[in-house]
Design a protein around this ligand. Structure first.
Ligand code: ZN
Length: 380
């Protein structure tokens, strides 16, 4: 073990260089070419370790990377993540990878190119030490930030996670040492209300206001939030009407719904359907649309907790107190848990301010978390 840990320490500079190379490529949803470039950099590194690397191209959308390597034993480990960021083309030119006071900055440095770097160097260190007793699958998506709108990434995660003994999602770690054993699912349902248009002066009584009906519905939706259960509803975007002097015949709201279990999600949608079906303003009607599950919940399973226990013990060897948490955000670990695979999320670099221009990682967390992941992969 000591040798492996020392070998990882010597990799610090190379890790920083590798991370810099990836961060300095714009790879948002508007840049499939950038995502493909990042995929090549990762794929080349995995090919050096004798992985069979596949690039799954979705023209006009993005590229996913799938890589596999057979080990000598029967255990199956999977490492997942995403190569895209939510920053548009031009962000790298404005604020490229920089280092200041032990922190690295740049688009996607924390979410989650730091995590990808950790995964690759943990594997490299393991293989260089002669370790090869597990089958390893790596699946990195190219369109996680917008929740995979044009690809079948969720099915891929689920399909490849089946039968795995452990799945590690290299998502952003928190500022501390916590890893996530659960995360919420997320849907953005839309309530679309239809009313009856009428002149606001001459024919007010002949109209049925979609906007007033929507106002009632928004209050009702807001009351559905049950924080104790982790079931939340946020009416985030409303539209409606065209001019002030007409009764509005249409209005809609887009809702962010989050839930900890599939059962809670189903119940939440049922409540929304009920609200849609009951009109306060006669003459209005409502339909619920956009029920695509953006992320399925990463339910807290026995398997996740056992895997956490393994990681916690490895952390202890390194002098790190690794805690477990359930996160309010969503991630692709939901799909791998749904496939029945014990999974942990937030195995990536430590840092803060995801999705903002203040995003950074603590540079010393690269080596630290690489050690934690390498020991954990070995211990599974
Ligand atoms: Zn992420």
């Amino acid at each position: 073990m000591e040798k492996l840990l020392q070998a990882i320490e010597t990799k610090h500079e190379k890790m920083v260089q590798f991370l810099e190379k990836m961060v300095n490529i714009d790879s948002g949803i508007d840049s499939p070419e950038g995502v493909a470039k990042v995929a090549r950099i990762i794929g080349d590194k995995l090919a050096e370790m004798d992985f069979a690397v596949e690039y799954l191209d979705y023209p006009g959308a993005c590229t996913h990377l799938l890589a596999k390597k057979q080990g000598t034993g029967n255990k199956e480990v999977m490492i997942i993540g995403h190569m895209d960021t939510l920053f548009p083309i031009g962000t790298v030119a404005k604020r490229p990878f920089t280092i200041k006071d032990g922190k690295a900055y740049g688009p996607g440095v924390l979410d989650m190119k730091g995590g990808i770097t950790i995964a690759l160097f943990a594997l490299e260190a393991l293989y260089e030490s002669g370790w090869n007793d597990k089958n390893v699958t790596v699946l990195f998506a190219g369109d996680e930030e917008p929740a995979h709108p044009k690809t079948n990434a969720p099915e891929l995660f689920e399909q490849h996670a089946k039968g795995k003994d452990a799945v590690f999602n290299m998502e952003t770690a928190s500022a501390g040492q916590a890893v996530l054993v659960g995360r919420k699912g997320n849907i953005h349902p839309e309530l679309i209300v239809k009313g009856i248009a009428a002149h606001a002066g001459a024919d007010l009584d002949k109209g049925a206001s979609a906007i007033v009906e929507l106002a009632h519905k928004i209050i009702a939706v807001n009351k559905l939030t049950d924080k104790d259960r982790g079931l939340t509803f946020n009416c985030g975007v409303i539209t409606g009407g065209t001019v002030a002097n007409a009764v509005a015949d249409s209005a809609s709201v887009v809702i962010d719904m989050r839930y900890l279990t599939a059962a809670d999600g189903a119940e939440g949608l049922e409540s929304l359907r009920k609200i849609a079906a009951e009109s306060v303003i006669p003459g209005t009607s409502c339909e619920v649309s956009n029920l695509r599950e953006r992320f399925t919940p990463m339910e807290v399973t026995e398997g996740n907790l056992k895997l956490y226990e393994i990681v916690r013990q490895q952390g202890e060897k390194l002098g790190l107190a690794v805690e477990k948490k359930v996160g309010g955000g969503a991630s692709d670990a939901g799909w791998t848990v749904r496939a029945g695979a014990p999974s942990l999320c937030a195995m990536g670099a430590r840092g803060s301010f995801n999705h903002s221009d203040r995003e950074f990682i603590e540079l010393d967390s690269l080596v630290e978390r690489t050690k934690l992941l390498a020991l954990s992969i070995d211990a599974v």
